[in-house]
Design a protein. Structure first.
Lengths: 317, 857
């Protein structure tokens, strides 16, 4: 196992380096934003670009970037969107809001989604199953921003239960902040709930019809006991990695939801960095997410072994 | 079931735990629904034992933006979003400010609130002209011998001005700040504002560019034989100027475009690009490679190696640029801004500037707080950056307000700056025209601004009383157009449809392998008759009401909001010359109307019958020229005229615009040879490159406009006759169009470029005579006549079809009112300075509750 994990980590580092290199070169290959001709300000911008080494060959630029990161942990400063600001600090200030909203969303939606999926599976082919399945399809088909506007209109405007936007400040765990996040949390949760409901129902339905379930019942277990001890555990082989995936995803912002509810998170930061050709921000955020995704892959793979001991990691047999 | 309940319980406990961690700081209390409800006075003003009846009402201005300011450093900020803290938040203030005229600030001959007054703010008094004295004492500033005024001023500083921490602001502050602003190592974005704009400080350019070379188009003046080779192998002019090849420099030879733009656009179709990458790799930051034998050998085949471009070695000098080396110099003795007293600075200018324009230029300020500024500077790999003015901790205010809270991309808050001199100087008062009472300026106690990206959210928040204004969207006009609370604000820009006339580019596009000339045609678009037909195809008012109801129909190329006389506030579009030129262009017989005003009001620019005739005429011309065919002789064009509309990014607005253009042209061409044969199609999203595509003739049309200084309509002419700016430089040469005007009884003929240059202050030689009609040289009436004549000539090219007069409309909250309803192009409606409140915050909360939490507008 240790050897397998070590191999995977080394492979991850190599992949990270390759992806970083590709991202770095591709973003710098994009033509810089057109500058107005004969505007004296453009001379300053060009001069700064030259001084920053943006006119050097791409691989030379990449070498300088790696040198700065490895020797000084210097990821650079934003040269456009947040002029002069350290991109690591900038990213760090953006991450908590995204993590909080997504965390609350997951804490709400995973239990709800799994529970609804179990319920629908146990009541398969009844009106309850049909209702849950139909609603699930409807919710999955509707984009989250539609829910966001509906929530804003009904819960914030008409009923006045919630503020329109996430509260300002960094007191992320205060009650007022929690309440102000709820519209965004609800908007994000609908899709996740529906997704987990559908996955759980599909897996559990299949497991419940397995022969070992019949055996479990015939040996005297109640339906609930057989479901919890055997069926649910088996269906978790598929559901649990999805849950891990969701938890990893809490660090990636939803651009649309962040925009609608004024969440100062990372979703907008990433997209703006691409649009604004703010290279240091783009590369820093890209590296972070690549690393997180690769790490998530390892964690999920390893988790299979814990969920189902029949799955052996790195075994050649 | 038990486990489910246990799970839910666990979630509840986790949430409760988070809630338990709540920050009890008062700043974190209250959700967004309460934002701005500062109905409880702060502790500093209200001791606990104060009688509640004595509690001071507070007034909070709740604002929203789509993009929050991220950098409001006066030396480096780049966008209008970044100007919010100074423009709205008023954390800093200029040496002078412009306010309305009223009983306290009277202007002779003007009714209150119909004009403006310039008052000293950070200055103590008006500038004193000391040109003669400085010319004699400081020859290093090179004030022209003939100059007697307008080049040097002493400005007494307001001795009461200080930073929000009480630190005095004196002459040293101004000199230090200017030195840092222009510091060549820092390469500050705003440095050029002080040498390349109207206010040009003597020596500022030389100091800011110290150690660098500035390149300029040599205009083909130097053949290779005229140059001398230096010891370094590079070529120089006989007088020692460096010579380079301008790859990314705007060249007169290329109608103001750069060679790089051409190579990017046409590539191997027109150029030999074998060496191009090598050359651009050698290019410096300014877009130049030094001229030597090696670079010349690399460059020559680029422009001579492809027959399609058709140039020879004799044309090479047209790409040469000459460089001016700026040596590294000291600030003292070079830059014309120095200390002449503890509270006095002397300003020496490279170009004369006086009167309103001087004061207007000094309404912004460059000063920075030295301790913060130095602490915020950092250097990495030779590039300097600064975090000054990017947070509360790095901001030191000196205006009526100070920044007290800031969260990136989320929220900013400004509160009154108690140390501002203006609260006690007795100067910042006005007489409210509605009740005749005298009030202090800046009634607003707190300004809160948060990011609200979605207009729908802004609307709901506004209707809940959580925002002070809401900019109307197209879909809102049906409901709110006639509201008592709606305000229309005119803007300078006229949006026109630019129609492609670049024959060479169009031929090139039609020659492409994937272009089917039997099905499509582009050349017809270049016919003037066709453009004329297009011009009368569209009902401009209907166009605006369909796609952008806040705007109105546009008829000239100069908008409605341009003031030609800053002393009187008179608008160009209100002059007889401007009205007459529109009547002439649209064929309105003024004699048929009671007045010129009535005649001009009758203009619609829409004439479907005339359009049909013109389309028929254009069809015949296109047929004769071989642009199109009619193979079956049915009198209908075989080809579709496919007009590519250059979009930067796709949007609903673009879709609506194209839908309208297509729908109306289809309607008007019914029964003509172009019936169903004219189609507007969207281009790929070109981003910021859309203008280059239009200029290069690679896209056929776009709705675009210019926004110049609202106080200088005359300067706009340059945009239409100078190839450096023209959209149509590829197919319209203003130097080939002569215009004859009678000025003071003398009949003068010059080309449009010359008229424009003369109008904007240049001395133009025609024959043995020289003409200049610049500001202060020619009388205003003459200048208006020239401006209107140039406008008429540009309209006659039909390269620009005016469509929309820019404007915006917004609802204003019932909590506040403007002291003036009428929009003033110089002072607007007074802004935060003059805003009056109908309700304090507490009263406003009550009012909203009384209305069921939903306000009607």
């Amino acid at each position: 196992m240790a050897k397998y994990v070590t191999q995977r980590i080394l492979l991850m580092l190599m992949t990270l380096l390759i992806i970083t290199c590709i991202c770095f070169v591709l973003i710098r290959m994009l033509p810089p934003a057109e500058l107005p001709l004969n505007d004296p300000h453009t001379q300053v911008i060009e001069a700064r670009r030259e001084a920053a080494g943006y006119n050097k060959p791409y691989m030379v630029q990449f070498g300088i970037f790696l040198k700065n990161v490895f020797t000084k942990w210097d990821w650079g400063v934003s040269d456009k969107l947040y002029f002069g600001q350290d991109v690591v600090k900038l990213f760090a200030t953006k991450l908590p809001a995204t993590v909080c909203v997504n965390l609350y969303s997951i804490l709400l939606s995973i239990p709800l989604g799994v529970a609804l999926g179990i319920w629908a599976a146990l009541k398969k082919n009844t009106w309850l199953d049909y209702t849950i399945s139909t609603l699930t399809m409807v919710v999955i088909s509707v984009p989250s921003f539609v829910f966001a506007f509906l929530i804003q209109y009904f819960l914030s405007y008409k009923l006045g239960w919630f503020p329109f936007l996430m509260k300002e400040g960094t007191d992320y765990f205060s009650w007022n902040m929690f309440v102000s996040m709820l519209p965004a949390v609800f908007s994000l949760s609908f899709g996740v709930v529906a997704s987990f409901t559908r996955t759980t129902r599909a897996e559990l339905t299949e497991v419940l019809t397995s022969e070992f379930m019949l055996l479990a019942r015939t040996k005297g277990l109640t339906k609930a006991q057989a479901t919890v001890r055997h069926a649910l555990k088996n269906c978790m082989v598929v559901v649990l990695p999805a849950i891990f995936g969701e938890f990893i995803g809490i660090m990636s912002g939803s651009l649309v939801i962040e925009k609608i509810f004024a969440i100062p998170g990372v979703g907008g930061l990433y997209l703006n960095a691409i649009n604004g050709r703010d290279y240091p921000i783009f590369i820093m955020v890209s590296c972070f997410y690549t690393a997180v995704s690769l790490l998530a892959g390892i964690v999920i793979d390893i988790s299979y072994g814990f969920i189902d001991p029949r799955i052996r990691m790195g075994s050649k047999k | 079931m038990k486990k489910t309940i246990a799970l839910l319980l666990a979630i509840f406990m986790i949430v409760a735990m988070f809630a338990g961690c709540a920050n009890t700081d008062e700043n974190s209390d209250g959700g967004n629904a309460d934002v701005g409800n500062t109905d409880q006075p702060d502790d500093s003003n209200t001791p606990d034992d104060t009688d509640p009846s004595d509690v001071k009402d507070t007034y909070t201005y709740q604002d929203s933006v789509v993009t929050m300011a991220t950098n409001w450093n006066p030396h480096t900020y780049q966008t209008t979003d970044d100007a919010y803290p100074s423009d709205i938040g008023r954390i800093r203030i200029g040496l002078y400010d412009i306010i309305f005229n009223d009983e306290l600030h009277p202007v002779e001959g003007k009714d209150p609130y119909t004009g403006y007054v310039v008052i000293p703010e950070m200055a103590a008094s008006e500038p004193v002209d000391v040109t003669e004295q400085v010319k004699a004492e400081h020859p290093e500033f090179n004030i022209p011998e003939s100059a007697t005024a307008g080049y040097a001023y002493t400005i007494d500083l307001n001795p009461n001005a200080c930073w929000e921490d009480g630190t005095p602001i004196n002459a040293d502050t101004y000199v230090y700040s200017m030195q840092r602003l222009l510091d060549p190592d820092l390469m500050n974005y705003r440095a050029a504002d002080y040498y390349a704009q109207q206010l040009s400080i003597a020596g500022a350019e030389a100091y800011a560019n110290g150690g660098h070379t500035a390149w300029a188009d040599a205009l083909g003046a130097y053949a290779l034989a005229d140059l001398v080779k230096g010891e370094d192998g590079n070529y120089y002019t006989a007088d020692g100027q460096a010579v380079g090849i301008g790859l990314k420099i705007a060249l007169d030879w290329l109608s103001g475009d750069t060679l790089q733009a051409y190579v990017d656009a046409y590539g191997a179709d027109y150029f030999d690009v074998t060496n191009w990458e090598t050359l651009t790799g050698m290019m410096d930051a300014k877009g130049v490679v030094r001229l030597n034998d090696e670079t010349l050998a690399l460059f020559t085949p680029v422009v001579t190696g492809n027959e399609a471009w058709g140039e020879t070695e004799a044309d090479l000098p047209n790409y040469f640029v000459t460089g001016t080396d700026y040596p590294v110099v000291e600030y003292d003795g070079t830059v014309g801004l120095y200390k002449s007293g503890d509270y006095q600075i002397t300003l020496v200018l490279a170009k004369s500037l006086a009167g309103f324009n001087l004061l207007y230029s000094l309404t912004s300020n460059w000063i920075v707080y030295e301790p913060y500024y130095e602490a915020c500077l950092s250097e990495s790999n030779g590039v300097w950056s600064s975090t000054y003015n990017t947070s509360v901790e790095t901001t030191m205010s000196y205006g009526p307000y100070k920044l007290t809270e800031y969260q990136t991309d989320k929220f900013m808050k400004f509160e009154k700056n108690e140390t501002w001199y203006g609260w006690t100087d007795g100067q910042h008062q006005y007489v409210d025209p509605t009740d005749g009472n005298t009030y202090d300026m800046y009634q607003t106690d707190v300004i809160e601004c948060e990011v609200v990206a979605e207009p729908e959210t802004r609307k709901l928040m506004f209707l809940k009383g959580e925002l002070m204004s809401y900019g109307l969207q197209a879909e809102d006009f049906a409901s709110y157009r006639n509201s008592d609370y709606v305000y229309f604000t005119p803007s300078e820009t006229i949006y026109f449809l630019i129609l492609n006339g670049y024959k060479d580019a169009i031929k090139g596009r039609e020659a492409a392998a994937d272009f089917d000339t039997s099905a499509y045609d582009l050349e017809t678009l270049t016919l003037k008759t066709f453009k004329q037909a297009m011009a009368v195809t569209y009902d401009k008012e209907l166009f605006c009401s369909t796609i952008s109801p806040a705007r109105s129909g546009g008829y000239g190329i100069i908008g409605n909001a341009y003031v030609y006389d800053v002393d009187t506030g008179s608008m160009y579009r209100d002059t007889d010359q401007a009205k007459q030129v529109l009547c002439d262009f649209y064929g309105v017989d003024v004699s048929q109307y009671a007045s010129l005003d009535e005649a001009v009001d009758s203009i619609t620019g829409y004439d479907p019958e005339a359009a049909k005739e013109l389309y028929a005429q254009a069809y015949q011309e296109a047929l004769d020229a071989g642009f199109i065919t009619d193979s079956n002789g049915d009198g209908i064009c075989d080809q579709t005229i496919q007009i590519e509309y250059a979009i930067s990014t796709d949007s609903d607005f673009m879709t609506q615009t194209l839908d309208y253009l297509n729908e109306k042209v289809a309607e008007v061409t019914v029964g003509t040879p172009f019936e169903g044969k004219i189609v507007f199609v969207k281009s790929a999203p070109y981003g910021n490159d859309w203008s280059n595509k239009i200029k290069a003739g690679l896209a056929d049309t776009v709705l675009a406009g210019w926004s110049g200084s609202s106080l200088d309509p005359f300067g706009l002419t340059d945009l239409y006759v100078n190839p450096e700016y023209q959209y149509d430089a590829g197919w319209f040469d203003a130097t080939t169009v002569n215009l004859t005007l009678t000025i003071d009884g003398e009949e003068i003929t010059m080309n449009l470029r010359q008229w424009s240059d003369a109008l904007n202050g240049a001395t133009v030689a025609v024959g043995d005579k020289e003409y200049c009609f610049g500001d202060g040289i020619a009388d205003v009436d003459t200048r208006l006549t020239i401006l209107a004549a140039i406008e008429g000539e540009i309209l006659q090219t039909y390269n620009y079809i005016p469509m929309m007069q820019d404007a915006s409309a917004a609802l204003l909250s019932q909590q506040v009112y403007y002291v003036v309803e009428e929009y003033n192009p110089i002072c607007g409606r007074g802004g935060i300075q003059y805003m009056r409140y109908n309700y304090s915050d507490a009263e406003w909360a009550e009012y909203i509750a009384e209305n069921g939490g939903e306000l009607q507008y």
